[in-house]
Design a protein around this ligand. Structure first.
Ligand code: NAD
Ligand code: FE2
Length: 454
C-alpha cells in the first residue's frame, strides 16, 4: 500500500530509507481524531451539529444502494429543517475509480459546495477524502496526490457516517482509490484528511447483508491483528487493537446472524473505529499486501480478500510472534488457564479459523489463476517490504506457495488427476495434499466448511 505513496524517481533513489521515513510520519506525527457521535440515531445528531457549522452548501457523497435504502435521510432531514443547502452525489461504486472521483470533484464545484459529508462504506469515505483534497489543490491531478502529503493545502472539511463496520476510514489518514488504467490502487495519505466529526450509527448498519457484514468485520479484525503483531506496535496501538479484537470476537457472529441486533452493530462499529486508530499508526502487514493484489487484479472485495488470506499469514508468522498471538487469545473468549505460551498461540489460530467458519468465509479465491501467482507474489512482497513492519520475512517462493494454497480446488488438481474422472471430492483432497507436500509455507487451516464455502 505504501509503495504507491512514493514517486517512481524516488523509488529508484533508495526506497528503503524513504519508506522508513514514511513510516515515521504515521508513527510519530500527531494524528487528529474526529469528534465521535456513537449510538442509535447518531447520524441524525451529526446532521444537527453540521447544520450549526455555517457551511454554505454541503456535498453528500454516497452510493445508490444506500440512497434507495434511505440511509441518508435522517442526516439530510436535519439539514433541510435548519435550512442548510446540500447536493447529493450518489454515484460511488466499490473501490471508487479515478474517473468517478473526477465526477465528484465536478459536482462539488458546479454546486458551489464548501464541505463534504460521506455516508457509506470505505469506498464512499475514501472517495470523499480524495475529492476534498483535490478540491483544495486544483493544480494537481489525482495521481499526483497519491503519496504522503502531496497536497500543499489541506482538504475542505469532511464529515463521515460509516455504514459498514470494517475499514475504520472515519479515523484514518488514508484514502484508497482505484486506478483502472494501471489495474492498481492508489493511496493518498495526509493527516489533514481525517474527518472532523463522525457518527457511528448502528441503525444504519442493521440492513447490511450478512456476507458484507462478515467480510468487512474481518477487515476490521485484520487491522487490529496486523497492528498488534507488527513491529511498529506501541502501548497506545496495542490497547486499541486488543479492545477491537475482543469486541469483534464477541459481536461479529451476532451481527452476522442477527443483523438487527443494534448492540452488536454498535460494538462492531466501535471496534472498527478502534482498529482504524490502531492501524493508521502501526500499519498493516502481509495480509493486506497480498489482499491488495487480489483487489487490484480481480476486484475481490477488500474485506473478503483479507479474510481469505488472514489464517495463512498468521500461520506463517506464528513462530516469530507466539507471545503476541498468546495475548490475542485472551480476547477470543477462550479459557487459556493452564495452557503453555505455544498452546495459547495455537488457540488464537484455531479461534480465527472457527470465526471464519461461522461466517462462511471461503477458503479459496475463485478468481485466482495459477499463471498470475508469481507476479501477484512479487507485487505483494514489493508492497510489504517497502512499507510494512512485518514480524517475519517472507520469501518469493514462500509467498507463491501461500497464494497457491488459495487456488480454487479445481485449479489445484495435478494434471493427471484432472484427466481422470474421480468420485466427487476425492481429487481435490488429493490435490490439496500434493500442494502442501510441495512446501506450502503454511499449513492449510482445517475448516470443515471448505468445500461448501469456496
Ligand atoms: N481509508 C482506509 O483507511 C481504508 C482501510 C481499509 C479499506 N479501505 C478501502 O475501503 C474500501 C472498502 O470499503 P467497505 O469494505 O466498507 O465496502 P464498500 O464501501 O465498498 O461497500 C460495499 C458494499 O456494501 C454496500 N453497503 C454499505 N453499507 C451498507 C448498508 N448499511 N446497508 C446495505 N448495504 C451497504 C455498498 O452499497 C456496497 O455495495 C476499499 O476500497 C478499501 O481499499 C480504506
Ligand atoms: Fe483493510
Amino acid at each position: 500500500m505504501l509503495l504507491d505513496l512514493i514517486p517512481e524517481s524516488a523509488q529508484k533513489a533508495g526506497l528503503g530509507a524513504l519508506m522508513k521515513g514514511a513510516g515515521k510520519v504515521t508513527r510519530w506525527l500527531p494524528i487528529p481524531q474526529p469528534t465521535l457521535l456513537v449510538g442509535p440515531d447518531a447520524s441524525i445528531r451529526l446532521g444537527q451539529s453540521i447544520a450549526g457549522f455555517g457551511h454554505q452548501k454541503l456535498l453528500i457523497v454516497t452510493d445508490k444502494v444506500l440512497v434507495q435504502l434511505g440511509l441518508h435521510r435522517g442526516l439530510t432531514g436535519e439539514l433541510a429543517k435548519a435550512g442548510v443547502a446540500f447536493a447529493l452525489f450518489d454515484e460511488i461504486t466499490p473501490d471508487a475509480p479515478i474517473p468517478l472521483i473526477e465526477r465528484g470533484i465536478q459536482c462539488f464545484q458546479e454546486n458551489d459546495c464548501d464541505a463534504i459529508v460521506a455516508i457509506g462504506g470505505g469506498s464512499s469515505i475514501d472517495a470523499s477524502k480524495a475529492i476534498a483534497l483535490a478540491i483544495s489543490n486544483p493544480g494537481k491531478r489525482l495521481r499526483q496526490l497519491a503519496g504522503y502529503f502531496k497536497g500543499l493545502h489541506g482538504p475542505v472539511p469532511i464529515y463521515a457516517v460509516p455504514t459498514t463496520a470494517g475499514t475504520g476510514s472515519e479515523v484514518t489518514v488514508a484514502a484508497v482509490v482505484a486506478d483502472p488504467e494501471r489495474q492498481s490502487k492508489l493511496v493518498i495519505v495526509d493527516t489533514r484528511m481525517v474527518p472532523r466529526m463522525a457518527a457511528l450509527d448502528p441503525v444504519l448498519m442493521a440492513g447490511l447483508p450478512p456476507a458484507v457484514t462478515a467480510a468487512t468485520g474481518v477487515d476490521a479484525l485484520t487491522h487490529a491483528v496486523e497492528a498488534f503483531i507488527g513491529r511498529w506496535a506501541s502501548p497506545q496501538t496495542d490497547s486499541l487493537a486488543l479492545a477491537a479484537a475482543g469486541m469483534i470476537f464477541k459481536n461479529l457472529p451476532t451481527a452476522y446472524s442477527t443483523g438487527t441486533d443494534l448492540q452488536a452493530r454498535e460494538q462492531m462499529a466501535l471496534a472498527s473505529t478502534f482498529a482504524g486508530m490502531a492501524f493508521t499508526r502501526a500499519n498493516v502487514g502481509y495480509v493486506h499486501a497480498i489482499a491488495h493484489q487480489f483487489g487490484g487484479r480481480y476486484h475481490t472485495p477488500h474485506g473478503l480478500a483479507n479474510a481469505i488470506v488472514l489464517p495463512h499469514v498468521l500461520r506463517f508468522s506464528a513462530p516469530a510472534i507466539e507471545d503476541r498471538l498468546a495475548l490475542l487469545t485472551e480476547k477470543t473468549g477462550k479459557d487459556v488457564a493452564g495452557l503453555s505460551r505455544t498452546q495459547r498461540a495455537q488457540a488464537f489460530l484455531d479461534a480465527v479459523d472457527a470465526l471464519l467458519h461461522t461466517l462462511n468465509i471461503p477458503r479459496h479465491l475463485q478468481a485466482l489463476r495459477k499463471e498470475d501467482i508469481p507476479s501477484l507474489a512479487r507485487a505483494a512482497l514489493k508492497e510489504a517490504h517497502t512499507g510494512y513492519p512485518v514480524p517475519r520475512y517472507m520469501t518469493q517462493s514462500q509467498c507463491e506457495a501461500l497464494i497457491r494454497s488459495l487456488l480454487p480446488l479445481e485449479a489445484e488438481k495435478p494434471a493427471a488427476a484432472k484427466a481422470k474422472p474421480t468420485k466427487a471430492g476425492a481429487a481435490p483432497k488429493a490435490a490439496r495434499k500434493a500442494t502442501t507436500k510441495k512446501g506450502a509455507a503454511t499449513a492449510a487451516p482445517k475448516r470443515a466448511a471448505a468445500k461448501k464455502a469456496s
